[in-house]
Design a protein around this ligand. Structure first.
Ligand SMILES: *Cc1c(COP(=O)(O)O)cnc(C)c1O
Length: 362
């Protein structure tokens, strides 16, 4: 009976969704969701716990994250017209942006394949979602995108830079054309900034309809849930009205402040991951039966030519290695898998296993 009541009262588009699935990973080599493999050193942890002692856990957190804001903005130069706001992960920022849009402002747009949360959060808020396929080398199809922008007049366009799950950056020239054609918001999601070595943040000097989104998740703080949105105050002032007042909890705020004082640790880890990415890429390219795509992120996308992707995934799982099977029939991701770069040791376990499996030794 309660089931029936839920069916009556819950919006139909929510009922049609499936909950975000997180694969169980107990005891596995976890190379599935772009986590950073490096936990903090014992020394850093001790210093961090020292800071956490100062938390007044009976009080609500600072509503604006003022301490973090000051520290962060001291480390970078933003135009005067711009500010930053924080989300409980950048996922929450995507949700806030989409939720704020007027009903008839136009659809939410992105490319395909890309990060699934753009679509999911558009659907949850009953917004039309339009995706424009990338070229077969995963570059932007700027002609098709400009046409789609002119035809559909999207309220906002999300571009992940580098893109997930393809791993590549988009060209400046394509971005120029797309931004020039956009009358709505263009949100450039730089979740993989630590591994990309390049940013689009200077676009803020030129365009008041461009926002830059970042996160600490991939840098090694996925457990904190902390995302950042940079852009013109005219947007952020509105978004702040629907942001839940205490969305960044006290422990996260203290931890982020501590992290901002210790950025060298994270930068050093990112360098190690980039070096490992090159090594894993080269090794995968040497295996027959795989097509491997270059990456500017902390993961590598590859296509299985001879063995079905699902079989390769299961074969790795039997060897206690969890990657992500992103295979979707009749799409650009047909027979594709995505592996997150781990420690040298984890990567070797993955490489040895996939070598055996692709050689048919499994
Ligand atoms: C992982 C990822 C995010 C998620 O960031 P959180 O801050 O952990 O919510 C955002 N965008 C892209 C493209 C991602 O791949």
């Amino acid at each position: 009976m309660h089931n029936n009541l839920a069916k009556q009262l819950i919006r139909a588009e929510i009922q049609a969704l499936q909950a975000y699935h997180v694969q169980p990973s107990n005891g596995l080599v976890k190379l599935d969701i772009m986590e950073n493999p490096y936990d903090w050193s014992a020394e850093l942890k001790a210093a961090w716990l020292e800071k956490l002692h100062s938390a007044s856990i009976n009080r609500y957190p600072d509503a604006q994250g003022q301490n973090i804001k000051e520290k962060l903005l001291a480390q970078m130069t933003l135009p005067d017209s711009c500010d930053v706001m924080f989300g409980n992960g950048s996922d929450e920022l995507i949700q806030i942006i989409i939720q704020s849009l007027a009903v008839n402002a136009g659809p939410v747009m992105s490319v395909s394949p890309t990060f699934v949360m753009f679509r999911i959060l558009a659907e949850v808020t009953s917004k039309e979602y339009i995706d424009v396929p990338l070229n077969s080398d995963f570059s932007l199809n700027s002609v098709a995108l400009v046409q789609a922008i002119e035809r559909h007049r999207p309220a906002c366009l999300f571009l992940a830079y580098p893109n997930n799950p393809t791993g590549n950056l988009f060209s400046e020239r394509d971005l120029d054309q797309i931004i020039a054609a956009s009358k709505g918001l263009v949100i450039i999601d730089e979740a993989y900034l630590p591994f990309a070595g390049t940013t689009q943040i200077d676009r803020l000097n030129q365009y008041s309809n461009v926002l830059i989104m970042r996160t600490l998740s991939k840098a090694g703080l996925a457990g904190l849930r902390f995302g950042m949105l940079f852009g013109d105050k005219q947007w952020l002032d509105e978004f702040n009205k629907i942001r839940l007042p205490f969305n960044i909890n006290s422990l996260t705020q203290i931890s982020v402040e501590f992290a901002l004082d210790n950025m060298a640790f994270f930068e050093n880890n990112a360098e190690k991951i980039v070096a490992e990415r090159t090594r894993v890429y080269d090794q995968l390219c040497r295996l027959s039966g795989l097509q491997v795509y270059p990456s500017d992120a902390n993961f590598i996308l590859f296509k299985s030519i001879r063995i079905p992707a699902t079989q390769l995934f299961e074969g790795l799982l039997e060897r206690h290695i969890l990657i992500k099977c992103v295979h979707k029939p009749d799409t650009m991701l047909e027979q594709c898998l995505r592996v997150t770069i781990g420690t040298e040791q984890e990567n070797n376990l993955f490489l040895n296993s996939i070598e055996d499996l692709t050689r048919g030794l499994a």
